[in-house]
Design a protein around this ligand. Structure first.
Ligand code: URA
Length: 230
């Protein structure tokens, strides 16, 4: 690891240790390494963003990842789901939400009357945090611009924030998912509905009913009639 990168990585750790709220991506200000996340929003396609993600070394996760997970789905999707970060299965396959939580997300999407291939699925972080720890603020600061550029290109009719990390970083709030779910928020002009993360729903199946209400709200916001469900 180069000296400059070592310094940047220790900065990330310091930022975590001191709980800095308004964190910027340390590498993006450094011409030598600032190639990815802050590159202007001129990428002509999702594939170009995925290539940038694949080459990204802005944070230390680039050293521990197996594969990057840029996100996948229909570039013209009406609905875009945003999760937290890849887990072990996603890190192995380079695809978002393909593990147990992903299987539940697929069921949720199908229950809405959509195919997985018709929506777009992405995460706040494009690389797996070791041992699935929470994303560090500086990692988010480096990676979030990729997600924002994906959203700007796809222009979904609605965003679904899956869990607290997606919600917090898209809506800039410290509120709980429980407080923010059940209504339509605004992300830069795009309606956004918050619901529980599928991994949480696997641990707390009682909350699936509330999540289904959120997904029904997504459908109604799109002008669709939610399918009847027993
Ligand atoms: N959890 C997430 O937030 N994203 C994935 O891609 C997988 C699990």
């Amino acid at each position: 690891m180069s000296d400059i990168r070592r310094a940047l990585h220790s900065w990330v750790e310091d930022a975590e240790a001191f709980g800095i709220e308004d964190v910027v991506c340390p590498a993006s200000a450094t011409p030598e390494v600032g190639v990815g996340a802050e590159a202007e929003a001129s990428a002509p396609s999702l594939a170009a963003i995925a290539e940038e993600v694949a080459a990204c070394t802005l944070c230390g996760l680039s050293e521990t990842r197996t594969r990057v997970v840029p996100g996948q789905g229909d570039a013209g999707a009406r609905i875009m789901f945003v999760g937290e970060a890849p887990g072990a299965d996603e890190d192995r396959q380079g695809l978002a939400f393909v593990g147990r939580a992903g299987q539940l997300l697929t069921k949720m999407i199908v229950a809405m009357g959509f195919d997985r291939e018709e929506v777009f699925i992405a995460n706040v972080l494009k690389c797996r945090p070791p041992a699935n720890r929470d994303p560090a603020p500086a990692e988010v600061a480096c990676c979030l611009p990729f997600l924002k550029r994906q959203i700007a290109l796809i222009e979904p009719e609605i965003l679904v924030a899956l869990g607290g990390h997606a919600m917090k970083n898209l809506l800039q709030t410290e509120a709980s998912v429980g407080r923010m779910r059940g209504r339509v928020h605004d992300y830069d002009g795009t309606p956004l509905v918050v619901t529980y993360h599928p991994a949480f729903l696997l641990r707390s199946p009682d909350m699936k009913r509330a999540a289904w209400e959120d997904l029904q709200l997504v459908l109604r916001t799109l002008g669709l009639t939610p399918p009847a469900r027993d």
